[in-house]
Design a protein around this ligand. Structure first.
Ligand code: A3P
Length: 313
C-alpha cells in the first residue's frame, strides 16, 4: 500500500493552533506574540507536537533511509532537492512538489504522515528534521542504519534569514518584534529550535560517525565544481557520473529552484519570500557595526575549542 496523503493536502494554508498544535495547554506566547512550546527543554514551534516528536524518535530506520537535518534557515530545502534528485538519478521525480517526496515526522503541519504511512513507504525514505542531536529522528543517529546529513550555516546569515522567515507569520504568532529584539532572543536561544550554538555543535561533535556527514552551506555555495555534491552522493551510497552531478548542480541553482513549481514552495501560502537572497554575507545589510561586534564576541566565546569555523563573507 502506498502513502495515503492526498493531492489536496499538498496545498498548505496558514498554520492554525486548533488544527496543528494538538496540545494547547503548553503553548507559550513570548514577547511580541512569539509562539512556541518547550519539548525536552528545547524551544520548538507549536506544530512540533509531543506525539509527532515521540513518533519521530521512535522510527526504526532501515538501511537505505536518509535524513537531512539542520537548524532552521541553513539551506535545508536546497539540500533536500539535491538528495531527492540523487535518489532519482539526477531527474526531477514525477511528484507534484518537493515536499511530497520528504517526510518531516516531527511536524504536524505541512507534512503530516502517520506511522503506517511511514512504514508503508518504499526505500529509500527521505526524512527531514530540525532537531539537535540528542532529539534526532530515529534515536541515537550514530547507532542507526540511517544516513544523516547535517547542514550548518554561519549564524549571522541564519539569524537574518530566520528573522524574515518568522516575522509576521502564523506559526510564529505573527511575531512583531524588531530586528534588534530578534537578534537578542536568537542569541538567548529563545527562538524556535533553541540555541544555534548548542544545535550545531551537538551534531558537529558527533560527526565522526560514519553515517553522519556534516556540511556547510558556504561550502555548497562556493563549490565551483561538483566536489561537494560528489561527497554527498558518496555518503548516500550513490554512484553518479560527473555529467549527472553537473545536471543536479544546475537544477538546484538558486534561480532555478525559485522558478521551478516543483521546488519553490509556492503551495504554502506564507512562503512568498522563501527564496530570499541565497548568499553568503547578506547579514551585512542588517547588522549594525555594534551588533556585529557584539555577535562576534559571543561567537568567539561559544565556539572556542570546537574546531568548527564558518565563512561569514
Ligand atoms: P536567505 O534567507 O539568506 O536567502 P532553509 O531551507 O533551511 O529554510 O534555508 C533557507 C535559506 O536557504 C534562505 O536563505 C534561502 O534563500 C536559501 N536557499 C534556498 N535555496 C537555495 C539555493 N538553491 N541556493 C542557495 N541558497 C538557497
Amino acid at each position: 500500500m502506498g502513502p495515503r496523503w492526498s493531492e489536496d493536502e499538498l496545498v498548505i494554508g496558514e498554520y492554525n493552533d486548533a488544527i496543528h498544535a494538538e496540545v494547547l495547554d503548553d503553548l507559550q506566547v513570548g514577547e511580541h506574540g512569539y509562539k512556541y512550546r518547550i519539548l525536552d527543554g528545547l524551544v520548538v514551534p507549536p506544530y512540533v507536537t509531543p506525539s509527532r516528536y515521540r513518533l519521530s524518535r521512535s522510527i526504526e530506520t532501515r538501511p537505505g533511509d536518509l535524513c537531512y537535518v539542520s537548524y532552521p534557515k541553513s539551506g535545508s530545502t536546497w539540500l533536500s532537492y539535491v538528495v531527492v534528485l540523487m535518489v532519482h538519478g539526477g531527474e526531477q521525480p514525477e511528484a507534484r512538489t518537493l515536499r511530497s517526496c520528504l517526510h518531516w515526522v516531527e511536524s504536524s503541519w505541512t507534512y503530516p504522515r502517520s506511522k503506517s504511512d511511514l512504514d508503508a513507504l518504499p526505500s529509500p525514505r527521505i526524512f527531514k528534521s530540525h532537531m539537535p542531536y540528542r532529539m534526532a529522528l530515529g534515536g541515537d543517529p550514530a547507532k542507526t542504519p540511517c544516513r544523516y546529513i547535517y547542514i550548518a550555516r554561519n549564524p549571522k546569515d541564519v539569524a537574518v534569514s530566520y528573522y524574515f522567515f518568522e516575522r509576521d507569520k502564523s506559526w510564529s504568532g505573527h511575531y512583531s518584534g524588531s530586528w534588534e529584539h530578534w537578534l537578542q532572543i536568537f542569541l538567548d536561544g529563545k527562538v524556535q529550535r533553541g540555541d544555534w550554538f548548542e544545535h550545531v555543535l551537538s551534531w558537529w561533535r558527533n560527526s565522526s560517525a560514519k553515517n553522519i556527514l556534516f556540511l556547510k552551506y558556504e561550502d555548497l555555495v562556493r563549490d565551483s565544481s561538483t566536489s561537494v555534491l560528489a561527497r554527498i552522493a558518496k555518503h548516500l551510497g550513490f554512484d553518479l557520473s560527473e555529467a549527472v552531478l553537473e545536471s543536479i548542480k544546475q537544477k538546484v541553482a538558486f534561480d532555478e529552484m525559485r522558478q521551478n513549481e516543483f521546488s519553490n514552495m509556492h503551495e504554502i501560502v506564507e512562503f512568498d519570500g522563501f527564496f530570499r537572497k541565497g548568499k553568503i554575507g547578506s547579514w551585512k545589510d542588517q547588522f549594525t557595526p555594534a551588533q556585529s561586534d557584539m555577535f562576534d564576541r559571543v561567537y568567539a566565546e561559544r565556539m572556542k575549542g570546537s574546531g568548527l569555523e564558518f565563512d561569514f563573507e
